[in-house]
Design a protein around this ligand. Sequence first.
Ligand code: KG4
Ligand code: ZN
Length: 339
Amino acid sequence: MSITILGIESSCDDTSAAVIRDGYILSNITAGQEVHREYGGVVPELASRAHQQNIIPVVDRALHKAGVECSELSSVAFTRGPGLMGALLVGASFAKGFAMASGIPLVEVNHLQAHILVHLIREREGINRLPSFPFLSLLVSGGHTQIVNVKAPLKMEILGQTIDDAAGEAFDKCAKIMGLPYPGGPWIDKYAKEGDPEAFKFPKPGAGRFDFSFSGLKTSFMYFLRDREKESPGFTKEHFNDLCASLQFTIIQMLLGKVIEAAESTGVKNITLSGGVAANSGLRQAFSAESKKRGWDLYLPQLRYTTDNAAMIAITGYYKYLEKDFAPLSVAPLAKYNY
Ligand code: KG4
Ligand code: ZN
């Protein structure tokens, strides 16, 4: 019998619902939240309210697009955390109500594990390649940066992570210093395409063997611009593309360097990228080039699976369903959720 999972994601500023049947994606609908743009970051109270408004229409569209009736669902999976508490509560409460009303089991999902497992989603059209186990995952998002050894769908070992800011935060904070809108990552990516990545050198702060530190980069970038502006007013504007390219290059080198070390130390050659920053064109190119050199089998996520989406929750829910790893209706969201 088929296993059909409804996935719900509401951890930050995207309300998303998706349907996956036997590992194949049937639908993945996301409503973003423009309301935060003018504040230069996500405003938690506004996010909760927008989730509340969006969740029913988004689920409705996801079921409709999938051509699936509520009675055909095997389970509903939702993001338990990490994320904004008020935002998580909307998805969790919806999922509980839905599970209870439909008489189907509830599955709770860790958002970070879900980002990593996008590579296990099967597409209906065409045959897409899935990585074999073990694989190393570089998870780079707005809130997290980790290198994870994935031994099985639900068996993951974190080898290293950021000790301060996430890679996405480094992009966003430096973009803000340059006067770019939030989130700044995609803007840096855009301007970097026209710039020289080696025009300026920025320090790469050290951390533990497979760990990262990005907060020092943001500080040195800020002081660099302040000093250059003092010497030569208008410097930032004049060198905008080169600054974006050099900053992006520095972040990429930091990420790539640690993944090389982790791959050498574990002997694992299957490499995957996940999370919002995995949309970065420079990062994708750098990993593709390095993979050719090192004989890695590289898996780049489709762009629609890089930022937050419910397809990743549904695929993780699918694997948890296979293990009968169900959650009680008393389960509560977790703003911080280690795995
Ligand atoms: O995974 P995600 O949607 O949300 C979190 O779970 O954090 O990641 C959002 C992050 C933001 O920091 C955003 O600036 C970054 O991903 N991002 C990018 C690009 N697209 C999104 N960073 C660099 N280049 C991009 N093209
Ligand atoms: Zn995320």
